[in-house]
Design a binder for this molecule. Sequence first.
Ligand code: FSX
Ligand code: SF4
Ligand code: SF4
Length: 314
Amino acid sequence: MSLTRRDFVKLCTGTVAGFGVSQMFNPKIVHALKKFVPHVFWLQGQGCTGCSVSILNSVHPSIAEVLLEVINLDFHPTIMGCEGEQAFEFMFDQAKEQSGKYVLIVEGSVPVAENGHYCILGEVGHKEYTMLDTTLEMAKNAAVVVNVGTCSAYGGIPAAQGNLTEAKSVGDVLAENGVKTPVVNIPGCPPHPDWMVGTLVVAIDAIEKHGLEKGLAEVVKLLDADGRPLPFFGKNIHDNCPYLDQFDLDSYSQVFTDKEKCRYELGCKGPLVYSDCFKRKWNGGVNWCVENSVCIGCVEPGFPDGMSPFYEPC
Ligand code: FSX
Ligand code: SF4
Ligand code: SF4
């Protein structure tokens, strides 16, 4: 089976015949991607590790397939066997070898107060590496920086009101320090595994077809003004919600257990939110936030402050 890039984009939106809608990356597609297996380094700053946990729940392809066939994951603080100085040195050595060709994935925001000392990732030869230092060092020679989760994409929870550590998004930190590497944001608190794996698959496919520079330019064309891949974040939740007819009838649930009516009066932020949760759903397609509770707008740049209070209408 051979798929065009258009098919891949359709696949992200769940419209290719023969593939399911949710958790739909068929292993055949992964097997079709053989030539370019990028080296990937995954940094974690201020976050809760939910983004890592979410990608570990990837169903199709399984996380084992992703790690063994799609990417070459050289550094991930939570799941790698190696640790400490040895792991950090390996990361820097590999990054030097793969300069300009590797993918830097960042989870969590970057605190810049006190010269970045609120978040120290490691140490080499008694030199401390803060999240700030490490992100800048690793981003400047990456082919692309992929921010997973709303914290790295937009600041998220660590950058919410209070923000004593001066947490910032990776994009802001790179821009303030003159690092011009292309940035892709995959928000969500946490992001859906399909959004992360799917973006990597689409990027690898584009690079295989067009080469590194042109392939990445193709990926950048798929992004919205907030750096999000449109195939996953191009549609408004409310406009596509199964409860829209209830909203139009002013028929609203007053309690979470009433699953027949629209959740607007319970605080649903669907009208303000762009993502494909209404169709993709979560946990292998079992359910999604609106079915059991409300959408709190976790993929939006203003989250959480701009979506608060969560349980009052917007
Ligand atoms: Fe943030 Fe990742 Fe929210 Fe958590 O660490 S996007 S706090 S779900 O998981 O960065
Ligand atoms: Fe669906 Fe929420 Fe919009 Fe109601 S307010 S239609 S539950 S997205
Ligand atoms: Fe986030 Fe809303 Fe999607 Fe739930 S439904 S994951 S709160 S964007």
